[in-house]
Design a protein around this ligand. Structure first.
Ligand code: ZN
Length: 141
């Protein structure tokens, strides 16, 4: 996922205002950290992160001159949309964003969690699709 935060940073780095007092923590570092935090939150808390682009823009706009801020917002929106898209497609390769294998939500007859790879649509593996259908019927009822 960090390829997205690095891409945002790379696109914006040239416009970052240089520090008046260079210290341990530079403006460049603050922008990079804010981008990483936004991507991480998008990856782990997407359903509760309502306005990722606006939030990140509000965090880092102060490190850019006024005249480039509209471009900063466009860059952020573009990359966060890409990251969000990538996250939506994540379950198809069988791993979550931290590289942990995803497992089917069902329990086998022996009572152990099913180890098969789930389908992205409902989180059940092909042989447990009937459980997803039962769930839908229950929801509909
Ligand atoms: Zn299963």
């Amino acid at each position: 996922m960090y390829r997205f935060s690095r891409a945002i940073y790379r696109d914006l780095a040239g416009d970052i205002i240089e520090d008046a007092h260079p210290g341990q923590s530079s403006n460049h570092e603050r922008v990079l950290r804010a981008c990483e935090a936004a991507i991480e939150r998008l990856a782990t808390d997407r359903h509760y992160f309502a306005h990722p682009a606006r939030t990140l823009f509000a965090d880092i706009r102060w490190y850019f001159p006024m005249n480039v801020q509209p471009r900063v917002l466009r860059v952020i929106e573009c990359y966060l949309a890409c990251a969000d898209n990538a996250l939506r497609q994540q379950p198809q390769n069988g791993y979550d964003v931290y590289g942990n294998p995803l497992h089917c939500r069902a329990t086998t007859r022996k009572g152990a969690p099913c180890q098969r790879m789930p389908l992205p649509a409902n989180g059940y593996c092909p042989s447990h699709q009937h459980l997803a259908e039962t769930e839908e019927e229950l929801l509909a009822a």
